[in-house]
Design a protein around this ligand. Structure first.
Ligand SMILES: *[C@@H]1O[C@H](CO)[C@@H](O)[C@H](O)[C@H]1NC(C)=O
Ligand SMILES: *[C@@H]1O[C@H](CO)[C@@H](O)[C@H](O)[C@H]1NC(C)=O
Length: 306
């Protein structure tokens, strides 16, 4: 009896020792990797050192998963040019410069056809709001057809993106992935959505849900770009004081919607909407702050960052 007990406790003890040894070994084998990485990597690059979220070259990103396989997004780019959908893009002839950059990101269904001179021709990735998915599906062959290697990253609230058959937008995407098996469609995970809300709260002190606002596609785009792009060039985005500047250029809210409400009027409406608005201006002041610690540059109009 006592021998059995002794044997049992001996086995238990050796199990604990084995597990601890394993943990120690794993820790040791991981540490040199993290220690060596900066040495061989980017020790002297300021944006690596100062970045809150170091840019993760080639590491699969668990915050974005493919449809239907649920594989994490693997992406890396030396330079991402983010083309805004703003009317600021018009008449600046930035197309050729944009097309020279290795990665070109656009938002929602913003077209290139007919606007090539101002916005460029190529698209490597689109960040798409759940509300814009039906717009893409109006031209499914164009966006998802074979020969198109554009990556689509869709964000949306759980109620529309749930995978249990009740998420109306997720269902649409699953159908598109079935019809266009070559399409590269990713969705933002619930955890990542919560993370993006958390970042808004941390940066503004305001709870997004309590303050009755929605994050913009631009917000999700910049958070993704800071993880995936070593350097970021943003075209056509105004800063947080632009609309208060004497004699600012009045442009349509979207470059592809001529005659729509002026951009600043639209921004002001959203900023003061008690419920359901985007806080575009607040977001811009956060972007200016991020540009101090990340390699982010703004063109057309340029931002003067101290
Ligand atoms: C792929 O889709 C994008 C839109 O995301 C479009 O700009 C591009 O022209 C398409 N490319 C091809 C080869 O169809
Ligand atoms: C913001 O934009 C306005 C208008 O383009 C410009 O005058 C001002 O210098 C900009 N501020 C910063 C900090 O870039």
């Amino acid at each position: 009896d006592t021998w059995m007990q002794l044997l049992k406790s001996l086995i238990a003890t050796s199990l604990i020792v084995a597990v601890s040894l394993f943990v120690v070994v794993v820790n040791y084998s991981e540490k040199p990797y993290f220690l060596l990485q900066p040495v061989f990597g980017q020790t002297f690059s300021s944006h690596w050192i100062f970045s809150k979220q170091p840019y993760k070259a080639f590491k699969p990103h668990l915050g974005y998963v493919s449809i239907p396989k649920q594989e994490p997004l693997k992406l890396h780019c030396e330079l991402c040019s983010i083309v805004s959908s703003s009317g600021q893009m018009l008449g600046q002839a930035a197309g050729p410069q944009i097309d020279r950059s290795p990665c070109i990101w656009r938002m929602n269904n913003a077209p290139t056809r007919g606007f090539e001179h101002d916005v460029g021709r190529r698209t490597t990735l689109r960040v798409v709001s759940h509300t814009s998915v039906p717009l893409l599906l109006q031209k499914p062959q164009y966006f998802f057809g074979q020969g198109n290697d554009t990556i689509y990253v869709v964000w949306g609230p759980l109620r529309n993106m749930r995978k249990d058959g009740k998420g109306i937008v997720y269902n649409m995407l699953r159908q598109a992935a079935e019809n266009y098996p070559h399409a590269r469609i990713y969705v933002t995970t619930e955890d990542r959505m919560n993370y993006c809300d958390m970042v808004f709260k941390k940066e503004t002190g305001k709870d997004r849900i309590q303050s009755g606002s929605y994050l913009s596609t631009g917000w999700f785009t910049l958070i993704l770009a800071m993880d995936m792009c070593k350097e970021i060039h943003i075209y056509g985005m105004i800063n947080d004081t632009y609309c208060k500047t004497e004699g600012y250029r009045k442009v349509p809210y979207h470059y592809y919607e001529a005659g729509s409400r002026d951009e600043c009027a639209e921004y002001q409406l959203h900023e003061s909407a008690p419920y359901g608005g985007h806080r575009f201006i607040t977001e811009k002041s956060v972007f200016a702050k991020w540009a101090k610690t990340h390699a982010i540059k703004f063109f057309n109009p340029p931002w003067q960052l101290s």
